[in-house]
Design a protein around this ligand. Structure first.
Ligand code: HEM
Length: 208
């Protein structure tokens, strides 16, 4: 297993992070194209809104998984984390815009929905927390803030990702397990951060 991880790390070292941005944006264009072509059923706006929300959540979970995968499996994905986080922001921002422009449409209704519908309030709170993270996901901000303050700010992830998962739990109608699986994965990934890094230490010892 260690050899496989080492081989993967070696291969990943040669893969640049920048192609993730255009590749990650492609599904959004494809989704809108399908919507225009009539390939998304009777309510394309709702279908787009739902898929963007789901993909945004997947990306948020992927970003949260980078550190535990490094600590417990030795998989080095850290250089891709910024792109994953910024793509998550792009998906959730588009999810929000679709809701505003294609779904609600009436400006007066927007604020009423944010205040009166708890799942919108929670989704909005998660989105608002994503904004400073997206704005500071660049080398200039990292230098300006310094690593300690930057890391402290980016701990907002530990609040916003579970909020995003709770938003999903609240969105679904009836009894469905899917959102609970995501919430469970998010909670496991957060709890793993509290576990001391005994495994990599042993691995380091084995290697030396
Ligand atoms: C981190 C933030 C967010 C995440 C992770 C997220 C994720 C999701 C997910 C996974 C769904 C359900 C998709 C499905 O049914 O397959 C959803 C639905 C939805 N989200 Fe979000 N969302 C976020 C923020 C927001 C925000 C800011 C708004 C609007 C202010 C919003 C409005 C909605 C609406 C209206 C629905 C559909 C509800 C319905 O079925 O009528 N979300 N979201």
């Amino acid at each position: 297993m260690l050899l496989v991880i080492e081989a993967m790390n070696k291969a990943l070292r040669r893969v640049p992070a920048w192609p993730l941005y255009p590749l990650g944006a492609l599904p959004v264009l494809w989704l809108f194209w399908q919507g225009v072509q009539g390939g998304l059923g009777v309510d394309p706006a709702k279908a787009i809104e739902h898929r963007l929300g789901l993909w945004g959540l997947w990306l948020l979970i992927a970003g949260l998984a980078v550190t535990p995968l490094g600590r417990f499996a030795g998989l080095r994905l850290i250089k891709f984390r910024r792109a994953i986080g910024l793509l998550a922001f792009f998906y959730i921002l588009t999810h929000l815009l679709v809701w505003l422009v294609l779904d609600v449409q009436i400006p007066a209704q927007i604020w009423a929905d944010i205040v009166k519908r708890p799942y919108i309030t929670i989704g909005m709170a998660a989105f608002v927390m994503m904004v400073p993270l997206a704005l500071t996901s660049n080398n200039w901000s990292l230098r300006k803030l310094g690593p300690v303050r930057w890391r402290r700010l980016h701990r907002l992830t530990y609040i916003l990702v579970p909020l995003g998962a709770v938003h999903f739990v609240m969105v679904v109608k009836g009894w469905q397990m899917e959102p609970f699986y995501y919430l469970g994965i998010v909670l496991v990934l957060l709890v793993l951060r509290l576990v001391p890094t005994a495994i990599p230490a042993r691995r380091r010892a084995l290697k030396s």
